[in-house]
Design a protein around this ligand. Structure first.
Ligand code: PMP
Length: 379
């Protein structure tokens, strides 16, 4: 039997046929009424997804990294200081970005696999003068979910802007921007929203927008949100050609997210994460991430003794399941298993089955069918 390859990496995630159909619609003018309506719907649904009533959404061609850059350089000037809370590779990226724009950076880092405690954030916040604090909701390198709600309490009423990187969380984990006091939530299209890659998305609170307006200039042209604001308010206007097909596909993806309903979608991600972890445990596999801070969108799994990364992932790929390798210090020691977006019991069980068979093919003894048997009751 021939099956489509199942991409179970932490983004891009499998794209539902309805979204692919939307992508394949004829390319129309960027001012065609049918496109303008799709763009408006994507903007409005993204705002709903952010659980915001007063925020201003921006959707432009790019990726999550461009959304990070837009968040930072529109609100923090060269020479000002940002506090970066990092629990991995993508947290550290904020420090690189700051350096690229002459922004001073204070890096508050957790040991890989652990989260920065809210008390540490509180102490560090009191020790400096920061224009913004960046937090990565789920760091895709370590699988760590930041305790964002507790950070939000620490940051409530504080002057630094609260910037949240939701690239590996948005649409898979709860992010009530307004009640948490998030000033900028940013994400990409290709993870839990489950659209094809190619879009940078961010939502600016009125306070964040005011921070941009308070500056005469920012070190950007394409990434200057004030150039995009008129288009986001009226998508029939032009600044730079939007990726028409991607935005139509995103509109479909966001409609599917809202059709499922946010509470149901977050609960499904939680369930799937729990099922995956039961399945992995039944195979004797251990997670890299500390039990107190695991994101629901992916699992970072230690490779057992005697199983090498590349042969293992090659075995899985030969069974039609693509997994990702470890990043940075855990490269070759762990693999990453994405379980977010528009997937269900079929995808989870197929991936677990492939992992089990791959381990057995490489000589690890496991009972037959134990992974799926352990996961299935939770799905
Ligand atoms: N932040 C996080 C948490 C991510 O996982 C990623 C991508 N893996 C990025 C930022 C960067 O996004 P992109 O690759 O779309 O530029």
């Amino acid at each position: 039997m021939i099956e489509e390859t199942l991409t179970m990496i932490p983004g891009p995630t499998p794209v539902h046929p309805r979204i692919l159909d939307a992508l394949a619609r004829p390319t129309v003018s960027h001012v065609a009424p049918v496109f303008v309506e799709a763009f408006k719907s994507a903007l409005s649904d993204f705002k709903t997804l952010c659980q915001s009533t007063s925020g201003q959404p921006f959707i432009v061609a790019g990726s999550g990294t461009l959304a990070m850059e837009m968040a930072l350089i529109n609100t923090v000037a060269p020479g000002e200081q940002v506090l970066v809370v990092s629990q991995g590779y993508f947290g550290d990226r904020w420090a690189d970005l700051a350096a690229a724009f002459g922004i001073k950076c204070d890096l508050l880092r957790a040991e890989w696999g652990h989260a920065v405690a809210p008390e540490e954030l509180e102490t560090r916040l009191a020790s400096g003068s920061y224009a913004a604090v960046t937090v990565t909701h789920v760091d895709t390198s370590t699988g760590t979910a930041a305790p964002v709600e507790a950070y939000a309490e620490v940051l409530r009423g504080a002057s630094p802007l609260f910037i949240l990187d939701g690239v590996c969380a948005t649409a898979g984990m709860d992010e009530p921007c307004e009640s948490w006091g998030v000033d900028i939530l940013l994400t990409g299209a290709q993870k839990a929203i489950a659209a094809p890659p190619g879009l940078a998305m961010c939502l600016f609170s009125p306070r964040a927008l005011a921070a941009r307006r308070a500056r005469a200039t920012v070190p950007a042209y394409y990434a200057d949100i004030l150039r995009w604001l008129p288009i986001m308010e009226d998508p029939s206007r032009y600044f730079a050609t939007p990726p028409v097909n991607e935005i139509v596909a995103l509109a479909e993806a966001l409609a599917l997210v809202l059709k499922e309903g946010l509470p149901a979608r977050f609960a499904r991600h939680q369930r799937q994460a729990a099922a995956v972890r039961e399945g992995l445990a039944a195979l004797g596999l251990e997670l890299f991430t500390d039990a107190g801070c695991r994101g629901d969108t992916l699992s970072v799994v230690r490779l057992p003794d005697g199983i090498a990364d590349l042969p293992f992932r090659k075995e899985a790929a030969s069974r039609g399941v693509v997994l990702a390798g470890g990043l940075g210090p855990i490269a070759g020691k762990a693999f990453r298993f994405g379980h977010m977006g528009n997937i269900g019991p079929g995808e989870v069980t197929r991936a677990l089955h492939a992992i089990e068979e791959s381990l057995r093919a490489l000589g690890k003894e496991t009972g037959k069918g134990v992974a799926v048997a352990a996961a299935a009751p939770l799905l």
